[in-house]
Design a protein around this ligand. Structure first.
Ligand code: PMP
Length: 412
């Protein structure tokens, strides 16, 4: 077989066995279809975090004793791992609390320093609230204005429309790389070319792309890329901002405190270079170590296998749901591991509650994308999202649960 090395070792291993969270308290299989909200954690990540919290634990960056020096190496090694995972340089990686904080960092630092009245920011109709609200805040503070790029008929960001909308007054384009509701994948290099043509910067919200595809910020040619560890099989409380070094170097400090300074006096404080300038306070040490373990885990499995597995599950679920005449499917056929749908006359919350009785976990709601719900003309969708551990048995359980829900609602 002509497969990558990572695939050979993994095909014989049951990945589900790596994830202690995938069984119910009674020991039954748990059909977890909410990975887009947060992914379950493999043993490798849990063990790495437990070691960092236990026998390896110490602070970083200031201890003169050897345990602290070792932990500093592990923390900075984690930065290197994440840089490699993204195809960037380690001095371009800032650890943040997650994607939300990373966007707020760019907004507060780069945004306040670079935006002025009359400038424009281009967002899209499908953005997560965390890639809308910070830009509204900075627009209000600076006098910049926001434009919204529409979607194509199959719910992708319409880059032809973006091309027409973009002007030299645009300073920033902030687009979701993969929609958390629809799974639509942005053509990042084209978005970058359009953005750079008018002299603007491109921020990619990579929360849902990092777990599903090979990430390479050089190929994407973006200026900022943000994502959260917990969606990549890592812990909560940590994520990363990658920013092109010449941009990051020029960005002013955001939060002040320990670790981000060069020298403090009451007369004047000077700041550390990036990325330390953006990491005030004691960092999320154990989370960083576990974040790196998660990136290693995904790298070991290989994005080829992840894509192959998830694409097959998406295709099957879309085919089966598409054959039901009371189901509306949202998003494109080639969505990245995410299927959003609505069943006529059955609220997604009711569906989610009935599915839970059969140990099937889906997400029902607006998915922190209310402007997208308004555009789709629904208050909420039901969303099934897949991860490395998802199997046909999960899809079977979901379909059986949908049939049962129909029976409960008196519809055969
Ligand atoms: N963007 C997208 C596309 C997301 O899916 C999420 C998480 N639902 C976020 C941003 C925010 O991530 P976090 O809550 O981890 O900061």
């Amino acid at each position: 077989m002509n497969a990558p090395a990572a695939l050979d070792t993994q095909t014989i291993r049951d990945l589900r066995a790596d994830f202690p969270g995938l069984v119910t308290r009674d020991g039954a299989p748990w059909h977890y279809l909410d990975t887009a909200a947060t992914a379950q954690k493999p043993r490798q990540v849990i063990d790495a975090m437990a070691r960092a919290l236990g026998e390896d634990y110490a602070t970083v960056h200031r201890g003169v004793y050897s345990r602290s020096a070792e932990m500093t190496l592990a923390y900075e090694g984690a930065r290197r791992t994440i840089a490699t995972f993204l195809g960037g340089r380690e001095d371009e990686i800032v650890f943040t609390r997650g994607a939300t904080e990373a966007i707020n960092l760019v907004m507060n630092s780069w945004g306040r320093a670079n935006l002025k009245p009359g400038d424009r920011i281009l967002l899209s109709q499908l953005e997560h609230h965390s890639n809308i609200v910070p830009w509204q805040m900075v627009a209000e503070a600076t006098g910049a204005e926001i434009d919204v790029c529409p979607l194509t008929v199959d719910h992708q960001i319409d880059l032809d429309a973006a091309e027409v909308m973009l002007t030299d007054r645009h300073k920033l384009v902030a687009f979701c790389h993969v929609s958390n509701v629809l799974g639509s994948v942005l053509d990042a290099p084209r978005a970058a070319a359009l953005t750079h043509r008018v002299g603007a910067k491109l921020l990619l919200d990579g929360c849902q792309s990092a777990p599903h595809m090979s990430v390479d910020v050089t190929t994407f040619n973006c200026d900022f890329y943000v994502f959260s560890a917990h969606k990549l099989y890592g812990p909560t409380g940590i994520g990363a901002l990658w920013a092109r070094s010449e941009i990051l170097d020029a960005m002013p400090a955001w939060e002040g405190g320990g670790s981000m300074i060069d020298r403090v006096t009451f007369e004047k404080t000077t700041y550390a270079p990036a990325p330390q300038r953006f990491e005030a306070g004691t960092p999320a040490i154990t989370e960083a170590v576990a974040f790196a373990a998660a990136a290693d885990y995904v790298t070991e499995i290989g994005t080829a296998r992840i894509h192959e597995t998830e694409a097959a599950l998406v295709a099957r679920l879309r085919r089966e749901l598409g054959a039901m005449n009371d189901v509306t499917l949202f998003g494109p056929a080639d969505s990245a591991g995410i299927v959003s749908f609505a069943i006529d006359g059955i609220h997604p919350h009711d569906l989610g509650t009935i599915l839970d009785e059969a140990n099937v976990a889906i997400r029902a709601g607006h998915h922190c994308a209310q402007p997208l719900m308004d555009y789709l003309g629904v208050p909420a969708t039901a969303r099934a999202s897949f991860g490395v551990y998802s199997t046909d048995a999960d899809v079977d359980a979901l379909l059986e649960g949908i049939a049962r829900t129909r029976r409960i609602f008196g519809r055969e």
